[in-house]
Write a protein that binds this ligand. Structure first.
Ligand code: C2E
Ligand code: CA
Ligand code: CA
Length: 309
């Protein structure tokens, strides 16, 4: 029985490694597979049980007179497994097909919340939502996005979809039609985690992308590794040369902020300004920072004080 289970685990690992290969059984791999199966099981019905929530993080414009944008990030507290990170459960949801419904809920909830904040007179530029490559391939996805905007009377020009490079690399007629619909309606597109995926940059010209988001891993190493700072500078130049805006994510210190400002970054996001916050705290943050989001109120981020210049 043990031997068969081990063989089964190795087969699973081989399938996950892209099939057509072999894998040895290991205790770690088995634990990983069991964890993924638990998550898959717990994901079923999680939407109906209202286990998901959105938190929000500002993307601060380098021009202090411009209001910030807001990114919606998904949170899941599973009754059996406890809080589970999207980095862990989104890939499982993609594999078992749940992502389509979860992603639709995220879009709906983010637009609903944005419209509520707007009606309350809070100043922010746009709402950004992460979209998985799988959602983009769903038939009728673009129409679904527009319908959600209409439902909440949220202008599509103030909705941004954050896509990863892997979502953009597959060129197909369906994808092209999807992007045509976005372009016609003014839905904004950003490339998330830019620089970590493919080195083939053709897609940047093919699709109507307005923003590049420099991946957090570059920002983390930028101050200690001169080569990495060159990369972030090159991404800023590349984005600007293509008529795009450039955002840096994962900015935690004033030193990182200073370097990114010197490099010409357009927007900055990270714990420096605010951690992702529940909707109520986000509203308070927006209210309190008034016209100066680069120097936000202190209490909400007291767990990580910014280093003063
Ligand atoms: P992402 O889109 O690149 O989001 C940035 C992640 O970095 C978030 O993690 C955020 O909480 C974290 N972060 C922000 N500022 C800082 C900082 O200054 N320092 C550090 N160390 N981290 C920072 P989170 O919320 O755990 O999300 C992880 C990933 O899960 C996201 O990466 C995104 O790819 C995915 N994700 C989150 N929500 C959704 C969703 O609604 N749909 C889809 N498809 N993916 C989502
Ligand atoms: Ca993102
Ligand atoms: Ca990222």
């Amino acid at each position: 029985d043990t031997l068969l289970r081990a063989a089964d685990a190795a087969m699973h690992a081989a399938k996950e490694a892209g099939r057509n290969t072999y894998q040895y059984y290991s205790q770690d791999a088995l634990a990983g597979i069991q964890r993924r199966l638990q998550i898959e099981h717990a994901l079923h019905g999680a939407l109906e049980r209202e286990e998901f929530q959105l938190v929000y993080q500002p993307l601060v414009n380098v021009d202090p007179s411009r209001p910030p944008a807001i990114e919606a990030l998904l949170r899941w507290v599973c009754p059996e497994l406890g809080p589970c990170s999207p980095a862990e459960f989104i890939p499982v949801a993609e594999k078992c097909g749940e992502i389509a419904r979860i992603g639709e809920w995220v879009l709906d909830e983010a637009c609903r919340q944005a419209a509520v904040w707007q009606a309350a007179g809070l100043a922010f530029e746009r709402i950004a939502v992460n979209v998985s490559a799988m959602q983009l391939r769903e038939r009728g996805f673009a129409e679904q996005v527009i319908a959600i905007c209409e439902r909440h009377r949220w202008p599509p020009q103030r909705l941004e979809l954050e896509l990863t490079e892997s979502a953009l690399i597959l060129d197909s007629d369906a994808l092209r039609q999807c992007f045509d619909t976005f372009e016609r309606n003014g839905v904004l597109l950003a490339v998330d985690d830019f620089g970590t995926g493919f080195s083939n940059l053709h897609y940047l010209n093919r699709f109507p992308v307005q923003r590049l988001k420099i991946d957090r891993s570059f920002v983390q190493e930028m101050l200690t590794d001169a080569g990495t700072a060159e990369v972030t500078q090159a991404i800023v130049h590349l984005g600007h040369a293509l008529g795009m805006l450039v955002v840096a994510e994962g900015v935690e210190t004033r030193q990182e902020e200073a370097l990114l400002l010197r490099q010409g970054c357009d927007e900055i996001q990270g714990y420096l300004y605010s951690r992702p916050l529940p909707s109520r705290d986000m509203a308070q943050w927006l209210r309190q920072c008034g016209g100066d989001s680069r120097n936000p109120p202190q209490p909400l981020q007291a767990d990580r004080p910014a280093v003063a210049l």
